[in-house]
Design a protein around this ligand. Structure first.
Ligand code: ZN
Length: 291
């Protein structure tokens, strides 16, 4: 599934369409030529894998992903699951946990839409800001069933870095081995105490909104990462940018996917991080987790 020889962006989107929900065409990320160019650049910079977190109900496009793999050599790990309450289709309420889980299992074992592309991760399984709603809990249950039957890891979405510990408690309740869980978007607020408890539980954490300085500055992301480094905990951290909008692309004036490597990694080095620290977060941890 994963190519362990290079870097991995652990939480990205290559094709996503939330424009209908958000009433903003910027939220339809689908410009193939621009994204193709950026993937060529990433491959040149040593990135081998993109973990694509767009499930069916977020505007996933499996053929788009297959074309990118073919045309650029990047390896894409596709996902299956449901996002968060506000984005659920109506059938989440109507179907049983078993039915929701079976859809995930089928996309893992059989494939997505007869394209031959199989999902490699259960994601992005989300909760709302400050609450896990009843339907979200149902989806977490289904994700746990799918995980326990397929062994594929679970990657979550937290809203503004809230409810991560509660997500962990829920997955534990449903018998998920926490070393198979990564909590997403841990880097959108001062969050060190919670992150330490998450890592202590055995779960992984993601700093995956790198470059979104209008939400939370990279400088503070680096402060939290430094605190984890001092404690010897970088073995539980993965990095990414969560590109979701047309305006995030370089051709449209955004940071582009390579910002993590061209801007953020040099900032880590300046803050005292070694190359081995960077390789751990970008290569070895994802290779172990998404194996
Ligand atoms: Zn997310």
């Amino acid at each position: 599934m994963i190519d362990p020889s290079g870097y991995t962006y652990a939480h990205e989107h290559l094709h996503i369409d939330l424009s209908g929900f958000k009433g903003d065409i910027d939220c339809r990320l689908d410009q193939y030529a621009f994204i193709c160019d950026e993937m060529h650049t990433l491959v040149q910079r040593g990135v081998r894998n993109i973990v694509e977190m767009t499930n069916r109900y977020m505007g996933r496009n499996p053929q788009f992903l297959l074309d990118l793999m073919h045309d650029t050599g990047i390896n894409v790990i596709a996902c299956t699951g449901y996002y968060q309450h506000a984005f659920f289709p109506e059938h989440v309420a109507e179907r049983s946990v078993r039915q929701l889980a079976q859809e995930m299992i089928d996309e893992i074992e059989i494939g997505i839409d007869d394209t031959g592309l199989k999902a490699g991760v259960i994601a992005e399984i989300g909760s709302s800001k400050g609450v896990i709603t009843g339907l979200e809990e149902k989806v977490f249950y289904a994700a746990a069933v799918a995980h326990n039957e397929t062994g594929r890891p679970v990657s979550t979405h937290t809203s503004f870095s809230t409810m991560g510990l509660e997500q962990i408690a829920l997955l534990k309740k449903y018998s998920v081995d926490l070393s198979q869980v990564v909590i997403g978007h841990c880097d959108l607020k001062d969050n060190l105490d919670n992150i330490l408890r998450m890592i202590d539980s055995g779960a992984y954490v993601q700093f995956d909104t790198i470059g979104k300085n209008n939400y939370y500055p990279d400088e503070k992301r680096i402060q939290m990462l430094s605190a984890l480094r001092e404690r010897g905990l970088l073995g539980h951290v993965m990095l990414s940018m969560d590109v979701t909008r047309r305006s995030h692309l370089k051709a449209n004036g955004g940071n582009g996917y390579d910002y993590l490597l061209t801007t953020f990694v040099p900032q880590l080095h300046q803050a005292g991080f070694s190359q081995a620290d960077v390789d751990l977060m970008l290569r070895d941890n994802p290779a172990r987790f998404f194996r």
